[in-house]
Design a protein around this ligand. Structure first.
Ligand SMILES: NC(=O)c1ccc[n+]([C@@H]2O[C@H](COP(=O)([O-])OP(=O)(O)OC[C@H]3O[C@@H](n4cnc5c(N)ncnc54)[C@H](OP(=O)(O)O)[C@@H]3O)[C@@H](O)[C@H]2O)c1
Length: 365
């Protein structure tokens, strides 16, 4: 019997990791009412680094508790039910959901139905429902529309955000803007959003802002009308503009607000990929006040206005077309076992990988 393991990060310095053995293996018998999941694969990207950076403020450390001073970064991916102590959850079933960077997870299914179940563990009860739901892949339309499980693992949570962000913008007619400027334009969340905007018949012009050495790769996706480097902000045309900031880079945001002034009609804080950028005071900038976008809240708003079935079918249709584009652009890079996972984690922290390289990892060897 080989015991499992998990990757912990040091809360005082995210560069420090350690591998901790788990008191779980594929043979462990879950308590009655619980289910043992074997974590088969998960995507890893800047999104997960943001979870770590806002872990304290936004509760991301509480999903998968770790010993004092440490945290388990949540990831999205696939797991298999290896042992079931719940009559409604079959052994062998494969699920998609929120997981730790670990080989195993014990969950306590509640709200079990034909589509999946919720982890009803008390320490997760206060968190947004979407994070606690596990979907059975065998009956999941999103999985069925996926070219493969790897692409799904790495893009699904990001594309879901792209979909919600674009739907929110479209509902507000892009805030009356003639252009949308997206920072960290090479990120997959940005690309998904741009792809969806680009498919609308009436839409604003799309400008991507990225690091100079990411311009060519970003242009190659083909969804932005223009792709500029961060230093090119002074050449942006001045017209009514919505800014979607995924960089969290105060200097970039300040440059945009100063350049566009009153023409900046909507400024949305979506992400924080440039987490090592020097802090800059962004209070009192010219242009629209900055507002925070949070995907789980947007999902609830959209389901209420459009209805869950319509939302799901639009999401899956959008995913089908984005997955096709990404299949020809992204390169899936796999890593297995604690050492390769830790190396991939450090490379993501540093932001050294090409935007085209998508990590699909597993702590299992
Ligand atoms: N608000 C929400 O509800 C929500 C939901 C999902 C995701 N998000 C956020 O969206 C952002 C994008 O996530 P993603 O997973 O799509 O990103 P990703 O695909 O991993 O993005 C990679 C890109 O991010 C930038 N980057 C990454 N690490 C960096 C570093 N250490 N230093 C400088 N630049 C770095 C670079 O883009 P550039 O060179 O183009 O800047 C890089 O090409 C994250 O901050 C995530 O948290 C927000």
């Amino acid at each position: 019997m080989t015991l499992g393991s998990s990757l912990l990060v040091d809360l005082s310095d995210l560069h420090h990791t350690q591998v901790r053995p788990l008191a779980l293996s594929d043979e462990a018998v879950p308590p009655e009412g619980s289910v043992l999941l074997a974590v088969e694969r998960f995507g890893f990207s800047a999104n997960n680094v943001t979870y770590a950076n806002v872990g304290e403020a936004m509760g991301y450390w509480s999903f998968f508790p770790a010993p004092d001073g440490h945290g388990q970064i949540p990831v999205w991916g696939h797991a298999r039910v290896v042992r079931s102590g719940h009559p409604g959850v079959a052994e062998g079933a494969e699920v998609y959901g929120f997981l730790p960077m670990a080989t195993h997870l014990l969950v306590a299914p509640s709200a079990v139905d034909v589509r999946g179940f919720t982890d009803g563990s008390p320490h997760r009860a206060a968190r947004a429902a979407v994070y606690n739901r596990y979907l059975l892949r065998s009956v999941d339309p999103f999985a069925a529309a996926s070219p493969g499980p790897e692409l799904e693992a790495v893009l699904r949570p990001l594309f879901t955000t792209s979909f919600l962000l674009e739907a929110d913008l479209a509902q507000h007619d892009y805030h009356g803007a003639d252009a949308v400027v997206v920072t960290s334009a090479s990120s997959r969340t940005a690309l998904g959003t741009a792809h969806l905007i680009a498919t609308r018949s009436r839409r604003p012009a799309l400008v991507g802002l990225t690091r100079a050495d990411h311009v060519a790769d970003t242009q190659a996706v083909g969804c932005y009308d223009r792709v500029l480097a961060y230093d090119d902000v002074p050449s942006l045309p001045i017209g009514t503009t919505t800014v979607l900031d995924l960089s969290g880079d105060g200097a970039v945001v300040a440059d945009l607000h100063h350049r566009l002034g009153d023409a900046l009609v909507h400024s949305s804080i979506v992400g924080a990929t440039h987490w090592q950028a020097e802090p800059v005071d962004t209070a009192g900038l010219p242009g629209a006040p900055r507002t925070f976008f949070f995907a789980p809240e947007a999902a609830e708003r959209l389901r209420e206005t459009a209805g869950p079935a319509a939302v799901e079918s639009a999401l899956v249709a959008g995913w089908r077309s984005f997955a096709e584009v990404m299949s020809g652009w992204l390169r899936i890079r796999t890593g297995t076992g604690p050492d390769q996972v830790a190396d991939a984690y450090r490379a993501t922290l540093a932001g050294t990988a090409s935007p085209r390289d998508a990590l699909v990892l597993s702590m299992r060897t």
